[in-house]
Design a protein around this ligand. Structure first.
Ligand code: SAH
Length: 245
């Protein structure tokens, strides 16, 4: 069966790509992706054919990848982080099954932003955690609100993707307000910007301070559980809760 690859390239730097992802991209003739990620890959796989489509043109990008593969080329669709975390893996499997059944879609996992940034902060995810995207482009805001409320009621560590965009500049503030209904404002939080890219920065702060922060779309936000602590300039969630057995 013909193969087409969907490859998570990790958060940005070549070193944070898995060896398998690098091998697969090396074996491909054509790499398809969103402009920003294609530019990141050109440095390391310069001899490949690169094809791009803009953001929000995901279906077109999938079709482009399959059409190139139909010409007999080996093709990889690339995504930042992991292709299965707010990425293209689902759409590629869906479109493949309905329109291009002659192809087997192989997904190659990558280091997702939560984990890439988590290691920079320290150890925020030693205990149970939830990952929630604040983007309401494909999810109703009511659903996002409900997930934020339930995750904070359950005292999960919360990692927020897509914390902001031009149209959604106050969503982080709204999210923090909801969480503060169930968690103390002193909760330890973290912000990581441009993980494994130029301009990488980390910051550890309280939930109250996080509420008033302006962040951009290249930022991942970490909200601790009630046990998470600051150790020097690191964010650490203990392995368990201390309790009487
Ligand atoms: N598939 C990607 C996520 C895509 S959603 C992954 O697994 O990482 C896009 C969101 O991911 C951004 O808004 C941001 O919150 C986060 N993100 C992705 N790459 C990042 C990076 N290098 N630095 C900081 N945040 C990043």
């Amino acid at each position: 069966m013909n193969k087409i690859y969907v490859v998570g390239i990790g958060p940005g730097s070549y070193e944070q790509m898995t060896i398998k992802a690098a091998h697969v991209l090396e074996s491909c003739e054509t790499i398809v992706g969103y402009t920003v990620y294609v530019e990141l890959m050109k440095k390391h796989f310069g001899n490949k054919e690169f094809l791009t489509t803009p953001m929000k043109k995901e279906v077109d990008r999938c079709i482009l990848a399959f059409e190139e593969a139909k010409k007999g080329k080996t093709v990889a669709m690339i995504c930042s982080g992991d292709a299965g975390v707010y990425g293209m893996a689902g759409l590629m499997i869906d479109i493949g099954a309905t329109r291009y059944p002659e192809f087997e879609v192989e997904i190659v996992s990558g280091v997702t932003a939560a984990l890439g940034g988590g290691s920079l902060l320290g150890a925020p995810f030693i205990h149970d955690f939830a990952v929630i995207s604040l983007s309401d482009l494909l999810t109703p805001w009511e659903t996002i609100q409900s997930r934020l409320i339930h995750a904070s009621m359950a005292d999960l560590v919360i990692c927020l993707y897509n914390p902001s965009s031009k149209k959604r500049h106050d969503y982080l503030e709204k999210a923090c307000d909801l969480i503060m209904e169930h968690q103390p404002e002193t909760l330890i939080c973290g912000i990581v910007k441009n993980i494994a890219r130029d301009g990488e920065t980390i910051e550890i702060l309280t939930l109250k301070e996080l509420r008033d922060k302006k962040v951009d779309m290249f930022t991942t936000v970490y909200i601790g559980n009630s046990n998470t602590k600051r150790v020097g300039n690191r964010m650490v969630t203990p392995r368990g809760y201390e309790y009487e057995r």
